[in-house]
Design a protein around this ligand. Sequence first.
Ligand SMILES: Cc1cc2nc3c(=O)[nH]c(=O)nc-3n(C[C@H](O)[C@H](O)[C@H](O)COP(=O)(O)O)c2cc1C
Length: 185
Amino acid sequence: MQTAIISVSPRKGSASLNVAKYIQSLAQAKGGDAPLFSFEGISFPSVADGYIQPADLQGKQKELYDLVVASQRVVWVIPEYNRMMPSEYVAMIHQFLTKSFMPFWENKVFGFVGVSSGVGGREPIYTSDKVFNYAINSMSVAGSHVSPFHFQSTFTGDQFDASGSFIGNEKYAASIQKFVDSFWS
Ligand SMILES: Cc1cc2nc3c(=O)[nH]c(=O)nc-3n(C[C@H](O)[C@H](O)[C@H](O)COP(=O)(O)O)c2cc1C
């Protein structure tokens, strides 16, 4: 079983990528196949310019689509930006939430991690929860559901050093381990 771990931050050296890599290391310790993808350098056209089709996907768009399609579980690691989520992630949802992209949604468990430098991180979890449930319901997606297990990464900058190594406290380590144990069970 493959679990994709997707860092949704478009920024270089992001906290979300550090969290995603740490989750990947915990998943690999459990023996899981857990490829990582980063939103750095990805963009999606506005629906104002029309809907794209799977054959139109290029570069990182195609890499992301192919990875999600090939995975049975997907963990989205999403930074909170102005009580919302990065525009690249929102644009992806608007483009992919059509029947043309059904394999992106089908036969998967989706899980959400919210990332903040302070006490935020709830908003991307709850909004994604709502949107992915909406997608599953509105398109009658087969075999998928949203996991009830979430992880809210707070004060994330204090948990990793400049090289991205985990230097965090025991409570953070225990909480993220609990998420991985629950999601991967
Ligand atoms: C444009 C922007 C808006 C942000 N707004 C919020 C916010 O609303 N709440 C919050 O907790 N953190 C906010 N942050 C700080 C992020 O939590 C912080 O950058 C954290 O490291 C996660 O983002 P990253 O993965 O891109 O590094 C914001 C950061 C940026 C760049």
